[in-house]
Ligand binder design. Structure first.
Ligand code: PLP
Length: 637
């Protein structure tokens, strides 16, 4: 049970409650005004900028909530961190190959993100990974000459031809064979276009990994070659005298792998395959471990599915060590190491900001001091329970109140209890439940039967956003992202709430939260203040969410702003994208705004003709409907 949060409250206490210094990874903190800050390290100093200050700056530029905020510095620093960590591990192990990472485009295909990854990544020769034709097209456009391109996924002739053109244009393009049927087509097309392709083979690793994506590994994984298939590929290459094209061994174990031991086991297995292929005459030179480098969403550094029990340094050192110690005794030269870290590269860069529109409380309204004479005896029974707190255990009081309330609801259905009596009963029940909950806070252990009570009394805060559009993984796979208010942390968060979104869907909610010491079904929040926005942030959500979001209830893309923080603590708004308008989302489902306007015009004309509205009213209606269709799909003040 959480300690009662008191009136004297400091940002340090808030930081300790929400765990922002754990999951924030040094990128997020609170300042003395109780506002969330973004921290950026420069050569000689660290700068912390308040999210509220950035929001104010964006509002002056005409942006409204909800808003996806990208901090370019945080993307740059992750790229630098991953590359520097591999470089250090390689140096320390006296490893002879290099680190040659790629960013898997599917994790965030947004052009502004890819642009920044390629721009900043160029000093590390960071390449791109594409898993479909569309991704290849954008990757090819984005990469500089000689940039590394890894092609995964099923490949038809068009995909292969485009990759071969990329090779001709000077890209270092690896075709990763995922199934034996791809190889003949690749060999045939490369002959036709006169290019010698760089070939990779994706193998199935039998070592299973934990986490939410276990299906990506193991015998039944839908990706990669089994050992017999791998040898079949090698034999075909040998027969066609193309074994020299086989340059890369690829495996991908899944995303967000929480346990370093499982990573080591898989790296060992892949290294054995590498050695086996070299022994079989393949030149190779590259070993690619795919994605899987986890983000510590909970900040607990554990092997929990939303965390990881290793640091970035451990990850890099483990890979380098295991490859080296497997190949050294066999005197096989060290390959270049490739990883395809998507989540760990982009998760930190984005946060979703939204305002709370309204709060629903589960509290008694207007409870009368005394019951009216003549009221139903069940109401008297309920009222009497309120006097029993000193003598009866809490769980008994609660279960009696619950059963009494349910009987009253039954009687209401059968017409024996009036609506006013039912209202009084509901109020009385809530008053009792609240009193039980208050008394619970004084106990060390929750008595049986009351485990869910706090949750059932939690407020519902209605957020101006859509889970389905902006945070689809929370709905689809129970992904947890850190969520917290971005201001008011000098005040105690005395309420507990779940967050509902704007959709008319009971799945459109956030009801599992990361706190420093535990997961919680409710989020500590502040009471709403009349006339003042209450702003929440969802952190570490830069990976996978943006293109997987859907148009549930036709809530469209949010506005996006990319910000770069400067050494002097100021910030520049580098890029802005206006979110979908209502006209945009309607056109996605095949309505044409122009045709709709014509329909409205005809309806309005007909109304004028029949005298229901005047001509000036018709004009106002047409202006209103134009403004609505041009407007944001979210709640506007
Ligand atoms: C999805 C995917 C990745 C990215 O994985 P992360 O865990 O996000 O780093 C890398 N490689 C392949 C082949 C993938 O399918």
């Amino acid at each position: 049970m959480s300690p009662r949060r008191t009136k004297d409250w400091t940002p340090d206490q808030a930081a300790a409650l929400y765990g922002i210094r754990n999951w924030g990874g040094g990128n997020f903190d609170l300042n003395e005004h109780g506002e969330v800050t973004i921290k950026v390290a420069f050569d000689d100093r660290e700068v912390a900028v308040s999210v509220m200050e950035i929001i104010a700056g964006l509002e002056q530029r005409g942006h409204v909530m909800p808003l996806l905020l990208r901090i370019e510095n945080l993307l740059d620093s992750r790229i630098a961190l991953i590359n520097e960590s591999f470089r250090r591990a390689i140096r320390e192990a006296d490893y002879q190959g290099e680190y040659r990472g790629v960013f898997p485009v599917k994790v965030n295909q947004q052009s502004q993100v890819i642009e920044e990854i390629v721009r900043f990544g160029s000093s590390y020769n960071l390449g791109l990974e594409a898993g479909s034709k569309a991704e290849l097209v954008l990757a090819l456009a984005a990469l500089p000459e000689n940039g590394q391109l890894i092609l995964n996924g099923y490949k038809d002739r068009e995909f292969i031809d485009l990759g071969l053109w990329a090779t001709k244009l000077g890209q270092r393009c690896f075709f990763v064979i995922e199934s034996p049927t791809e190889l003949p087509l690749l060999l045939e097309r490369s002959q036709a276009l006169g290019v010698k392709p760089l070939i990779g083979v994706r193998i199935k690793i039998s070592a299973r990994v934990g986490g939410l994506w276990t299906e990506t590994s193991g015998d039944r994984s839908s990706f990669g070659l089994s050992t017999p298939q791998l040898l079949q590929v090698v034999d075909v290459l040998k027969k066609q005298q193309r074994l020299d094209c086989l340059q890369l061994l690829h495996c991908h174990l899944g995303s967000q792998i929480p346990d370093i031991e499982q990573i080591r086991t898989a790296v060992l297995e892949a290294s054995r395959f590498y050695a086996g292929l070299v022994a079989d005459g393949a030149p190779l030179g590259y070993i690619d471990f795919g994605g899987g480098l986890a983000v510590d969403y909970t900040g607990t550094q554990s092997n929990h599915v939303h965390s990881r029990n290793y640091s970035l340094a451990d990850y890099c050192a483990s890979i380098v060590e295991v490859v080296k110690s497997t190949l050294d005794p066999l005197e096989i030269p060290h390959p270049h190491i490739v990883t395809e870290s998507g989540r760990a590269t982009v998760a930190h860069t984005s946060l979703l900001l939204f305002n709370v529109l309204h709060a629903m409380h589960f509290e008694a309204l207007n409870l009368p001091e005394t019951l009216p004479a003549q009221c139903h005896e069940l109401l008297m029974t309920l009222a009497a329970l309120r006097e029993e707190f000193d003598t009866t255990p809490l769980n008994q009081i609660y279960s009696q109140a619950l059963s009494c309330r349910d009987t009253i609801r039954d009687r209401f259905r059968s017409g024996q209890i009036s609506m006013r009596e039912r209202s009084m009963a509901e109020n009385m029940f809530l008053a009792i439940a609240q009193q039980v909950a208050r008394n619970l806070e004084k106990l060390d252990d929750i008595p049986p039967g009351l485990e869910e009570l706090q949750l059932s009394l939690a407020d519902i805060y209605y957020g101006n956003f859509s889970v389905f559009q902006s945070l689809p993984d929370t709905w689809a796979i129970d992904q947890l992202f850190p969520v917290m208010p971005v201001h008011r942390h000098c005040e105690a968060p005395v309420r507990e709430a779940i967050i509902a979104d704007l959709t008319c869907d009971c799945d459109g909610k956030l009801d599992n939260f990361i706190l420093a010491d535990r997961e919680s079904r409710t989020l500590p929040v502040h009471p709403l203040k009349e006339g003042e926005d209450y702003l929440l942030g969802v952190f570490l959500m830069g990976a996978y969410q943006e293109t997987m979001g859907d148009l549930h209830n036709l809530l469209g893309d949010t506005h996006v702003a990319s910000v770069r923080i400067n050494q002097d603590g100021s910030f520049d708004v580098m890029k802005e994208i206006t979110g979908d308008s209502i006209g945009d989302v309607l056109s996605y489902v095949e309505y044409q705004p122009q045709a709709l306007f014509e329909t409205f015009r005809q309806k309005a004309e007909a109304a004028v003709r029949s005298g229901r509205i005047s001509v000036p009213e018709r004009q106002r209606f047409m202006e209103d409907i134009h403004a609505t269709v041009r407007g944001y799909t979210y709640f506007e003040k």
